[in-house]
Design a protein around this ligand. Structure first.
Ligand code: EPU
Length: 419
């Protein structure tokens, strides 16, 4: 599957933001900690959600979907092994290992996959589980983890890890006694997960701060009282904002949480882009000129690594030199070569930094997307470029953005899906 894009058209109108990929996947994984049905609403119908559903079904969970509502029952859970063919494709599969370990006392998971954005080690997950009393055996296929009883622990994260924090919160939820997680991730998706578990009877304090305390239930399963409503996807909202800044005659982005994208809004402001902010919407349009901006990706609330590639496309239009410093993943500048083929002037400095000189007129090309977030950056670049582009490896884009071609067409974009 490919996207055929004819660039150069100005865009206008309104677009709704879907539920957050990186929140719904964790809520789905958390369903393993529950007795009875867990309902999740505002679910984005994206490939990663379908893969997580496959993983859950494969271990005996019953998963139904109707009108963006998922109902998951894990009452007949039987397996403790994550399906290899799926977890190889989905890095987030690792978050399911924590709840399975907590509930079943053992879990086997194959080496995880996901985006090709550099080494993505799992040492903090393994260390954390060990600290809670688990035994880990590494085989040629993956990891076998067993724990007769998980007990609370005091754990310091060597690196700030989003999925690491979420996974250990979920594991600690059913452990015996209190767990303290230090140097925890501050992302809003972490707080959303903690709120959900709190409402179901776990006592979690400090989510959204670097120190999180969890009083485990000692093995008692949780009871869902109300549905988990998936928060708006801040990366999708941010990407649409960048699109509006480079091509918009006036684009309004609805159903988002502007508070979650303040780092981007501030960088856009520095670039000379005006953003109007409402309670659950933002609005922007293309300015007469863009100023260069230096950005460094950081953990939340800093500039998100997931918006780095789309922002690089905007910087190709700035009058002067900008520096991008990708501090989270060393493989996340892999898209640069393709962007250069489209005419961008980008000089790599080291594996983490590039200099972008602008403004440059981008030309349509045949390009292959290396990962999900670079995929949307290429869509933005192709819409901006002169002429026709063909973007390959669309599965990567469909992993995180629902029917993106159809939704962008409503703004006036010339994009179609071809075989
Ligand atoms: N790290 C380790 N050891 C570990 C875990 C992480 O060294 O055991 C390192 C990583 O290599 C990286 C840094 O810690 O250098 C931070 O990685 P983190 O663990 O926070 O990333 P993640 O949890 O795997 C999540 C999102 C990513 C997003 C990052 C950063 C999910 C499913 N994924 O990944 O989203 O880029 O946080 O915000 O929540 C995406 O949606 O396209 C995506 C890649």
């Amino acid at each position: 599957m490919k996207f055929l894009v004819r660039g150069g058209k100005k865009l206008s109108g309104e677009i709704d933001v879907m539920g957050a990929k990186n929140s719904v996947l964790k809520a789905m994984a958390a369903s393993v900690l529950f007795d009875g049905v867990v309902n999740i609403t505002n679910v984005p119908l994206i490939e990663d959600v379908f893969r997580m559903r496959e993983l859950l079904s494969d271990i005996g969970a019953e998963v139904r979907e109707e009108k963006r509502k998922l109902s998951i029952s894990t009452d007949k859970l039987r397996g403790d092994t994550l399906k290899k063919s799926v977890s190889e494709r989905l890095r987030a599969s690792i978050v399911l290992a924590g709840p399975i370990l907590a509930r079943q006392g053992k879990v086997f998971f194959p080496y995880p996959g996901g985006c090709v954005i550099g080494k993505r080690p799992i040492d903090v997950f393994l260390d954390g589980w060990r600290a809670m009393g688990a035994h880990i055996k590494e085989t040629s296929e993956g990891f076998e983890i067993k724990a007769k009883k998980l007990r609370g622990t005091d754990y310091f994260f060597r690196v700030v890890s989003v999925t690491g924090t979420e996974t250990l919160i979920m594991t600690a939820a059913l452990a015996e006694g209190k767990t303290v997680l230090r140097n925890a991730a501050l992302e809003p998706e972490v707080s959303a997960l903690a709120d959900f578990l709190n409402r179901a009877g776990v006592k979690i304090r400090g989510a959204g701060t670097p120190t999180i305390e969890i009083d485990g239930t000692g093995g008692r399963l949780l009871k869902a009282t109300e549905p988990f409503r998936v928060m708006p996807d801040r990366i999708e909202a941010g990407s649409f904002l960048i699109l509006g800044a480079v091509l918009g005659k006036g684009i309004r982005i609805n159903h988002c949480n502007p508070e979650h994208i303040m780092a981007l809004i501030s960088a856009l402001h520095d670039a000379g882009v005006e953003v109007k902010i409402g309670e659950d919407w933002v609005e922007t349009k293309k300015p007469d000129r863009f100023s260069p901006v230096n950005i460094k990706t950081r953990e939340y609330p800093g500039f998100p690594t997931d918006l780095q590639a789309p922002f690089a496309v905007l910087l190709t239009q700035a009058q002067g030199e900008s520096i991008i410093f990708e501090s989270i993943f060393e493989g996340r500048l892999g898209y640069v070569e393709e962007l250069k083929r489209m005419g961008a002037k980008i000089v790599p400095c080291d594996p983490h930094r590039v200099i972008i000189a602008g403004p440059t007129e981008l030309q349509g090309r045949e390009i292959e997307t290396p990962d999900l977030r670079a995929g949307l950056a290429f869509v933005i670049a192709a819409l901006l470029a002169k002429g026709k582009s063909v973007i390959g490896n669309v599965y990567q884009i469909d992993r995180g953005y629902e029917r993106i071609d159809e939704r962008l067409r409503k703004l006036g974009a010339d994009i179609e899906r071809i075989e």
